[in-house]
Structure formats: structure tokens, C-alpha cells
Design a protein around this ligand. Structure first.
Ligand SMILES: Cc1ncc(C[n+]2csc(CCOP(=O)(O)OP(=O)(O)O)c2C)c(N)n1
Ligand SMILES: [Mg+2]
Length: 236
């Protein structure tokens, strides 16, 4: 079931219902549309209801961090950043072109609000672990939320990061796995079970239900948190 909020309380006046129109401004053949639309609700709920960050606090050491690890599908991310006033809506019209700051993979040096450059799968979670350790060492009460894909978890680097995050008790770290059943050797339930085995706090939710997402993504304990957000199958 899809339960979406229709809030338009952003500074730009754009709300969740405007995202399809914002996405349609990004054209071309290499859009990775499925990868983008799979994350639409998760990214929106994070910026609308969960993360303590805004364009005004984008450099504040106390801000929450969001890392889009599966950077091959950034359209939903760009549209959400536009809605929350990080950069002008007109930038969407030339995305992917030679002089555009909006590449097919996000570049943290070019796009306001983007925390990491991504696109090579398997790096976001290890980076998020490092950031969570650094924030804790500085006694900063900020969180790191990293979004990964289900097939991205096939990269072994994730599993080393998963183990160390639990061993270190990184309660300031959340991973959200957008599960569109796209792995070659899928075993239903394996993602949640793997995180639980390593000692993470795990919640499985409908990745289109904003209330479920907001509750799960806001959860903090003294352990790292994993949210497995199921969406429609990529290849159905
Ligand atoms: C290290 C690395 N290997 C391979 C790729 C090529 N690649 C791009 S998208 C993709 C599939 C990713 O699947 P998933 O993480 O589940 O995201 P989805 O496209 O399903 O949203 C692959 C293998 C890559 N970007 N990085
Ligand atoms: Mg996938």
C-alpha cells in the first residue's frame, strides 16, 4: 500500500506531489529511471521529516548527513534537493549535459547539499561508518544516514563495514536499503537477517509508506540502525 504525504511546506512551495513534474524535466537515455524512482519516497521523507539539515546549515558540523551510495540513480535526490531549496529548479533542465553541475552521478564539489560523490557501488556504507566514528569522537550529536541498493550489498566492502559498525555500537548510523528485488541470487529476507545477525537494530517497512518510513528512519538506539524499505520489483 502506498501512503504518501502531500505536504508543501518547503521554502520553494514544491511538495511530494510535484516530484513527478520535477523528474520529467530531466531527460535523456541514461537516466536509470528505476533506480531513481525506487528511492523517491525514502529520500523525500528523509529531507521532509527526518534529517536535521537545510541549505542554511549545510556546512554546520552539527548537521545530519545523508549519503546517497547508489549514485547511479540521482534524479529523485536532485528533485528533492530542488524542492528544499538547495539549488534552482532550472538546473534540472540541463542535467547530464557537459556544463551542468548535475551529472548522472552526483558530485559533492558541484551540487549544493550533496555530501559524497557516488556511483561506484559499495563505498557509501564504509564512508558512513568512518563519518559516524568521527562525529562520535568529536561528541557531535549528528547522525549519518546512508542509502544503499539491494544489489549494491553484493559488494563485500559493505559487509566489513556492517560488522565493524555493530562492534563499535554506532548508534548515530542508519542504513536504509531500498530493496527492489534486483539481485541475481536473491533470497527473500536475507538482507534484514544479515543486519540482525551482525547486531544491528533492523526494521522492515513498505518503502512507499511515508508513516512507516518516518518512524523507522527516526529510530535511534545504542546500536546502528538498518531500515529495509521494500518497493516494487525492478524487473517485473
Ligand atoms: C562497483 C560497481 N560495480 C558495478 C556498477 C554498475 N552498476 C550500476 S547500477 C548497478 C546495479 C545496482 O543495483 P542496486 O544497488 O540494487 O540499485 P537499483 O538499480 O536496483 O536501484 C550496477 C551493478 C557500479 N556502478 N559500481
Ligand atoms: Mg536494486
Amino acid at each position: 500500500m502506498t501512503t504518501a504525504t502531500a505536504r508543501t511546506d518547503t521554502r520553494t512551495g514544491f511538495g511530494f506531489d510535484d516530484l513527478p513534474a520535477l523528474l520529467s524535466r530531466m531527460t535523456g537515455d541514461e537516466k536509470h529511471s528505476n533506480a531513481a524512482t525506487s528511492t523517491l519516497d525514502v529520500v523525500w521523507v528523509l529531507y521532509d521529516r527526518v534529517l536535521r539539515v537545510s541549505p542554511d546549515t549545510a556546512q554546520d558540523p552539527h548537521r545530519d548527513r545523508f549519503y546517497l551510495s547508489k549514485g547511479h540513480g540521482p534524479m529523485a535526490y536532485y528533485a528533492t534537493l530542488v524542492a528544499h531549496d538547495y539549488f534552482p529548479v532550472e538546473w534540472l533542465d540541463s542535467w547530464g549535459s557537459f556544463n551542468s553541475p548535475l551529472g548522472h552521478h552526483p558530485d559533492r564539489t558541484l551540487v549544493p547539499g550533496v555530501e559524497i560523490s557516488s556511483g561506484s557501488l559499495g563505498h557509501g556504507l564504509p564512508m558512513a561508518v568512518g563519518s559516524a566514528v568521527g562525529l562520535r569522537a568529536q561528541a557531535l550529536d549528528a547522525r549519518v544516514v546512508v542509502l544503499v541498493g539491494d544489489a549494491e550489498l553484493d559488494e563485500g566492502s559493505n559487509h566489513e563495514a556492517m560488522e565493524v559498525a555493530a562492534a563499535l555500537g554506532l548508534g548515530n548510523l542508519t542504513v536504509v536499503v531500498v530493496d527492489n528485488a534486483s539481485t541475481s541470487y536473491r533470497v527473500p529476507g536475507r538482507i534484514a537477517a544479515r543486519f540482525a545477525t551482525e547486531g544491528w537494530d533492523v526494521t522492515s517497512v513498505d518503502g512507499r509508506d511515508h508513516e512507516q518510513l518516518a518512524a523507522a528512519l527516526s529510530r535511534r538506539t545504542d546500536r546502528p540502525t538498518a531500515v529495509v524499505a521494500a518497493v516494487e520489483e525492478k524487473f517485473s
